[in-house]
Write a new protein. Structure first.
Length: 430
């Protein structure tokens, strides 16, 4: 009960208060002083020889080394394999993505070859066992999303769709023949997939979909349209969710490029995620063989299971983008001098960066805990929504704050302007 009173007294100055404090604080032993170093290592108000020390707690080690990018030592809680995968993803993002993403943003173009490069690096469907996939942990997938989005949100989106929204449902709900036919080529990046759920009039309410699949015995005939579909203009296989004519239940259909009646027009002129190929899926009497129907799921459980997997990856990825924004702002304010000193010497700038680092640190450790719960089979879908909402909201705030610290420099098309608020606003609504 003394702790709240003592905390208040620490905020007040004066010999009377210090004298009063001394009566509440036990003496510090010589052993404690020896364990933390000499008194000269400490500020006067926190010296082991001073009476003004937090009662019941060891003094802080002011000389310990701290990595400002990992204040709570998240990496120490990763396995050796997870650290290796994280480092591999970072090397890929720096070497393969970084040189190309700015031009992709400016020109609104997507480099299909980078999907194959992701496949060669083992980044696609990394959490799936077999079929050419890495069979790594869910945490590894989150770390991959974090490193890819640190460089570009559009390519992280493509990776998430391929891994969580196409490969994952085929693995979970598909037949053995479907797994063997599609997963190896999706894992290598030879095939690109897309996920068709959102419709022009049914976004947040997917259960109201009007896309229909007429049962014709050995095949289904699909009619309808899907909108705002990542990867659809370049997709070789579209996982389309539609209601069947026989029971009005939602089922997944693997619609392949080249099937008559299928078209995937691109949506041009986006302000955000410009490198990401976004489009529609238009279905006009498309005949889909019964062998292309996912046999092991019926109803909205199928698409929702996919979305939960993707959203946890987004929670990791958004914080990766926030990390990039903070580091870019830090480097700029350290190098930019005004009135004879760096911008970073101003306390207002320091406060903004401290707040951003706090949000990133807490967010990453929270999403790591959520992912560990998923691996243990203890994660509720509400927690995924909580993590995604927090990560995207904080990343949006950090992007805005870091953009402000760059002043007029950010109006030109730089990596920070590309990675900034527009992408985070899109992710917040996914």
């Amino acid at each position: 009960r003394a702790a709240p009173r003592l905390a208040g007294r620490f905020c007040q100055v004066g010999s009377k208060r210090q004298s009063s404090l001394a009566t509440h604080v036990p003496p510090v032993s010589a052993a404690v002083v020896k364990s933390v170093g000499t008194a000269t290592n400490w500020p006067s108000w926190q010296s082991p020889n001073s009476a003004i020390v937090k009662p019941g707690a060891d003094p802080y080690d002011w000389d310990c080394e701290v990595d400002w990018k990992d204040m709570l030592k998240l990496e120490s809680r990763l396995s050796e394999e997870e650290v290796l995968i994280k480092d591999t993803a970072r090397q890929f993002a720096d070497a393969e993505l970084m040189p190309k993403v700015l031009n992709g943003f400016r020109e609104e173009t997507f480099d299909r070859g980078l999907m194959k490069a992701m496949g060669q690096a083992g980044l696609l469907g990394s959490f799936i066992e077999g079929y050419g996939c890495a069979g790594a942990s869910a945490t590894s997938y989150g770390l991959i999303a974090r490193e890819v989005e640190r460089v570009d949100s559009a390519y992280r989106s493509a990776l998430s769709v391929q891994s969580s929204l196409v490969m994952n449902p085929i693995n979970l709900f598909g037949s053995q023949e479907q797994r063997e036919r599609f997963l190896p080529r999706l894992a290598s990046g030879d095939l690109v997939g897309c996920f068709g759920l959102t419709e022009p009039d049914h976004g947040s309410d997917p259960s109201g979909m009007v896309t229909r699949a007429m049962d014709k015995g050995d095949h289904f005939v699909l009619n309808g349209a899907k909108n705002w579909i990542t990867n659809s203009p370049i997709a070789d296989v579209c996982l389309v969710w539609a209601k069947t004519s026989t029971d009005n239940k939602v089922r997944g259909f693997l619609v392949e490029r080249g099937m008559e009646g299928l078209s995937t027009p691109k949506i041009d002129g986006k302000f955000s995620l410009r490198a990401s190929p976004t489009g529609m899926i238009q279905l006009d009497d498309v005949k889909v063989p019964r062998d292309n129907v996912l046999p092991n799921v019926v109803g909205m459980r199928g698409p929702f299971a996919c979305l939960n997997s993707a959203r946890l990856g987004i929670a990791w990825g958004a914080l990766g983008a926030a990390e990039f924004c903070l580091e870019a702002a830090r480097n700029y304010t350290l190098g930019r001098k005004q009135f004879g000193r760096p911008l970073a010497a101003n306390q207002l700038i320091q406060m903004k960066m401290a707040n951003a680092m706090t949000d990133i640190t807490i967010g990453l450790n929270a999403v790591l805990q959520a992912t560990r719960m998923k691996e243990a089979g203890e994660l509720h879908s509400n927690v995924i929504s909580m993590m995604k909402r927090n990560s995207c909201t904080k990343a949006l705030e950090i992007a805005r704050t870091c953009r402000d610290m760059l002043g007029g420099t950010v109006v030109i098309c730089t990596r920070l302007s590309q990675q900034g608020t527009r992408s985070k606003e899109i992710e917040l609504g996914e």
